[in-house]
Design a protein around this ligand. Structure first.
Ligand code: 4AD
Ligand code: MG
Length: 428
């Protein structure tokens, strides 16, 4: 049985069998205290020389931490044991003896990252992986309840969605190709049949910047909706993110406690989220002593200043055109800007979503691409979409690890993913 189920059933004196990996072990003479870890928790097995076969006792004495083991025994209440129970072993079988485990207390970050394949066994990392899984499931449930179809766009592409500076390029049988930065353009194509679609895919950014919020490979959750404008797009995003926060708050209380995030913090995430224009954001930043003017981009520092005192995410809308991609829709009320919005997470975490209404006018798109010297050829199919029954549509991209980082209050985004990819790391 799983350890959490044994503790939950709690029938003292009954015999149970558990299996897992040795989390801690110590022995004193004729008794070994072996704390076993499985996916659900930890439990102490007390192995007495007089209660088990000779080879079982010898195995328990010899087995180092992270050895895999199976233990059967009688359940006993014990206030001092983690979880309040222990098993008095009747048998103890070592499945595989571990070598001395390289990960011990107080090791350097590079060492831990080199041993990431082992470090992910830690309870904190396990909690984060579980929260990430719950968050993905919560999002999928929300999408399904709101008539979105999950679709499977390609990762190998010939066009850049988010500009040429962060592209990973490769040779595709002699032809130039790239790893996808965003599924957006393919999702736009699919809205003409499915109307509302979403995809969860890896996205790649050859970002040289070493920041606590950039990975070179990350998981991207993107939505695209026909017949929806910028305001409707924001409504979808705030409901989605609230649903994500509430599914984690409901299903992952123990894991949140283990990593030090209060459940109540997540309960504060409820629609509607505050909306401020980019222009207002600049005023606010000036008020906080940050000298900026219209056209300057919001970076890590600026987003921290805007959000550090907030409890829920906000939208910053209507960015200047020079800061955003060519496919966005003009804001007719202020032609210096687009109909777009970034969602910023509270407590200083900053951007977790980028989204916009899309330009539907064929001529406007061509003019913008020519102005920005973007070659038309790779985008022919994308431009085609404007020729055959184009309708108002909008979409967004949510960085899964950015959201995990915020929800788990992680200092660095690399801890939001089991095998992080950064400019200096592609191993293990
Ligand atoms: O703001 P971005 O670049 O927008 C797009 O890619 C749009 N085409 C999405 C769309 O409309 N379908 O990226 C979207 C989100 C960001 O808000 C951020 O959360 C995440 O992707 N992101 C990264 N996450 C981790 N590491 C990086 N290097 C990231 N770059 C973007
Ligand atoms: Mg962005």
């Amino acid at each position: 049985m799983h350890i959490a189920d044994v503790a939950r059933s709690g029938r003292e004196g009954s015999e149970y069998s558990i299996r897992g990996w040795i989390y801690r072990t110590r022995s004193s003479g004729s008794i070994v205290f072996s704390v076993i870890r499985d996916e659900t928790g930890i439990m102490q097995c007390t192995v007495k020389k007089s209660d088990v076969a000779q080879e079982d006792f010898a195995g328990a004495q010899k087995a180092l931490i992270e050895s895999s083991v199976e233990c059967s025994g009688l359940l006993k209440k014990d206030e001092r044991a983690p979880g309040g129970f222990e098993l008095r072993a009747t048998s103890f079988h070592v499945v595989s003896f571990a070598e001395p485990f390289p990960i011990t207390a107080n090791q350097s970050e590079p060492f831990l990252l080199d041993n990431r394949h082992l470090w992910i066994r830690s309870r904190e990392q396990t909690a984060v992986m579980k929260i990430k899984e719950t968050l993905l499931q919560g999002a999928r449930t929300w999408f399904r309840e709101n008539d979105f179809f999950e679709v499977t766009p390609p990762i190998l592409t010939t066009n850049a969605c988010e500009g040429g500076t962060t592209l990973f390029s490769l040779k595709y049988f002699g032809q130039d190709a790239y790893l996808s930065q965003s599924a957006q353009m393919y999702l736009e194509a699919m809205t003409a049949s499915l109307e509302k679609v979403f995809a969860v895919t890896p996205s790649f950014r050859a970002e040289k910047s070493r920041t606590p919020r950039h990975l070179t490979e990350y998981w991207h959750m993107e939505g695209e909706e026909a017949w929806v404008g910028n305001e409707g797009n924001m409504k979808i995003q705030e409901e989605l993110v609230s649903a994500i926060a509430s599914s984690v708050a409901k299903e992952r209380k123990d894991d949140l406690a283990l990593i030090g995030r209060k459940v109540d913090d997540l309960k504060a995430v409820e629609p509607p989220f505050e909306r401020i224009t980019y222009e207002r954001a600049i005023e606010l930043l000036n008020g906080k002593g940050k000298e900026m003017s219209f056209g300057d981009d919001l970076g890590t520092d600026e987003e921290r200043l805007l959000t550090e005192e907030l409890a829920a995410p906000i939208f910053v809308t209507n960015f200047p055109k020079s800061l955003k991609a060519f496919y966005m829709k003009d804001n007719e009320d202020d032609l210096r800007t687009y109909k777009c919005a970034d969602m910023l997470a509270p407590e200083g975490f900053g951007e977790i979503i980028g989204g916009s209404e899309r330009e539907t006018d064929y001529g406007k798109l061509i003019r913008r691409m020519e102005e920005q010297k973007i070659p038309l050829e790779p985008y022919r199919w994308y431009l085609d979409l404007r020729k055959y029954g184009s309708v108002q549509h909008s979409g967004f991209g949510l960085g899964i690890e950015r959201v995990v980082r915020w929800i788990c209050k992680l200092e660095h985004i690399r801890d939001a993913t089991p095998f992080p990819r950064t400019p200096s790391r592609i191993y293990p």
